[in-house]
Design a protein around this ligand. Structure first.
Ligand code: GLC
Ligand code: MG
Length: 534
């Protein structure tokens, strides 16, 4: 059995452009990140997911790659990367890279070759379709809006792009493409990285017959989010094609050759529990698909419980999941839910059964900035601009927030760094930052929180979610009050940690509005005080 270190690890996503700028050019870089590893160690993070640092013209801020085996000069060079990786490992942490398989930059030498002529040896590395310039091959639209096909005047054919026209789709039905990308995976594993977050993992195979997608019925609500034009279609033929599983199996076969427990986490926005489960295969595909159910959940006890149980109900014993509430594509937690709920989110992320994935800055409750016209998605659909969640990490409350010496960073600083900075919150034991740290300490101390089973417990009130995580020898009970009223309930003794109003009153306790309590408790198999309500 290979090392499954990632089950018990806490992951932290770094968006490199915005974490720390070491050379004063206004863009975050690898030396900058390396200089801030103390923060991650202090917080209690075990592994880093690094968004792309590969050579790129930055049309989609690094998700448009021109050389998968080179570091973009904006971030440093290979020496800076190796030094960063050594530092990560020397602190006992691990590094997971972003792997962008679905497409490359249009400036990638492969695409430059491919579009140079019909009979170029790389023509078939991308997806080309004949036709006339007034009639795209089908009705597929790009995630970022507009047709998923662009006309190439010179060779008189259409090429497909799931994202920007400057991000042409690779043709994964061409074995040469598969081999080239497996070489990329090998390159980074040989360098010592510990795994990959696989970008757009269920988009890399599509219907070879190019069948039209049906429109969504009136009143349809996307379980993920409002997606503008993309959301007007049911993605029957351009998303989650069954042939994608074979590619995932090949990736797994390769990563299993390395015996240090390589993790692969797929960016798969799939909300049907059985279709989601399918991405585990029988354990021979990517290590796990991302689980976005908590991220899209309404913030009520009922909705959150449903989101958790939906996953718990389908997950087989051998499989392992993860929980996440934000990343470089989503509105920040504190902006979406407010500060009190952001504390509850911190508790849930770190106490549910599954690997937590945290996003930089959420530990100090960073808020969304506004659309700055940096993200190309925002040019097409302004409310989907991702600029807001990509603002510079707020290290201090100074005007530059300790991010960069540059007069103006690549993207303006976000709101309220006075209260929402590492510096400010480090000196306040009541801060969100200290809560995150305490939760990670608790998780490290308690086996039940890391690996224990999950069970929802009977709740004293419809607004309160109570659950237990337990092993044979240890149990941890968590109660979260989502309501606006204090709730009276019985608790199993002195709490290990509380958030918000908590008042013991004889045998009973009062859990204030928005409050949380975490107790050491008795494993349910041997206790009658705790009974399953489901
Ligand atoms: C993924 C990334 C997103 C990027 C897109 C295209 O969804 O998370 O940031 O724009 O893929 O690579
Ligand atoms: Mg820089």
């Amino acid at each position: 059995m290979t090392d499954q270190w990632w089950r018990e690890a806490v992951f932290y996503q770094i968006y490199p452009l915005s974490f720390k700028d070491s050379d004063g050019d206004g863009y975050g870089d690898l030396r900058g990140i390396e200089s801030k590893l103390d923060h991650l160690e202090w917080l209690g993070v075990d592994a880093i997911w690094l968004s792309p640092v590969y050579e790129s013209p930055m049309a989609d801020w690094g998700y448009d790659v021109t050389d998968h085996k080179a570091i973009d000069p904006l971030f440093g060079d290979m020496e800076a990367f190796d030094s960063f990786l050594r530092s990560v490992h020397s602190r006992g942490m691990r590094l997971v890279m972003d792997l962008i398989l679905n497409h490359t930059s249009a400036q990638h030498p492969w695409f430059v070759e491919s579009k140079s002529s019909h009979d170029n040896h790389m023509r078939d590395w991308y997806v080309w379709e004949p036709g006339s310039d007034d009639h795209p091959p089908n009705n597929w639209v790009s995630v970022f809006s507009g047709p998923a096909w662009s006309w190439d005047e010179a060779t008189g054919e259409w090429f497909r792009h799931t994202y920007l026209p400057t991000q042409p789709d690779l043709n994964w039905r061409n074995p040469d493409v598969v081999e080239a990308m497996m070489g990329v995976i090998r390159f980074w594993l040989d360098r010592g990285v510990d795994g990959f977050r696989v970008d757009a993992a269920h988009q890399i195979m599509k219907d070879p017959e190019n069948r039209d997608n049906p429109p969504t019925p009136p009143g349809y609500v996307d379980p993920y989010k409002e997606m503008g034009e993309y959301g007007r279609w049911i993605h029957l033929w351009d998303l989650g094609h069954e042939d994608v599983h074979e590619i995932h199996r090949q990736i797994r076969k390769l990563t299993d050759e390395y015996d240090r427990g390589i993790v692969t986490v797929g960016e798969i926005h799939e909300f049907d529990p059985n279709r989601w489960l399918n991405y585990f295969g029988p354990g021979d595909e990517l290590t796990m698909p991302f689980n976005y159910n908590l991220m899209v959940s309404d913030w009520t006890a009922t909705a959150v419980r449903a989101a958790i149980e939906k996953v718990e109900a389908v997950l087989p014993e051998w499989a392992w999941t993860n929980w996440t509430m934000g990343n470089h594509d989503e509105v920040r937690i504190a902006s979406r839910l407010g500060d009190d709920s952001a504390r509850q989110a911190a508790v849930l992320l770190t106490t549910l059964r599954g690997t937590p994935f945290l996003y930089y800055g959420d530990e100090v409750g960073m808020l969304n900035g506004s659309n700055q016209g940096r993200d190309p998605w925002g040019d097409n659909v302004s409310f989907l601009s991702r600029d807001g969640c990509r603002t510079p990490m707020q290290w201090s409350s100074s005007p530059t927030v300790g991010f960069s010496e540059a007069a103006s960073p690549w993207i303006p600083i976000g709101p309220d760094p006075q209260r929402r900075s590492v510096e400010t919150q480090r000196s306040d034991p009541e801060s969100l930052l200290h809560l995150y740290r305490s939760l990670l300490v608790l998780r490290r101390q308690r086996l039940s929180l890391r690996v224990g089973d999950y069970r929802t417990l009977d709740s004293p009130d419809a607004d309160v979610l109570v659950f237990v995580r337990w092993t044979e020898s240890e149990a941890t009970t968590v109660a979260v009050n989502f309501g606006v009223d204090a709730v009276q309930m019985s608790g199993p003794g002195d709490p290990l940690l509380t958030v918000g109003g908590y008042e013991p009153y004889g045998e009973l306790i009062f859990l204030g509005p928005g409050a949380v309590a975490i107790w050491d408790s008795t494993p349910p198999a041997r206790a009658n005080q705790v009974s399953s309500s489901s």
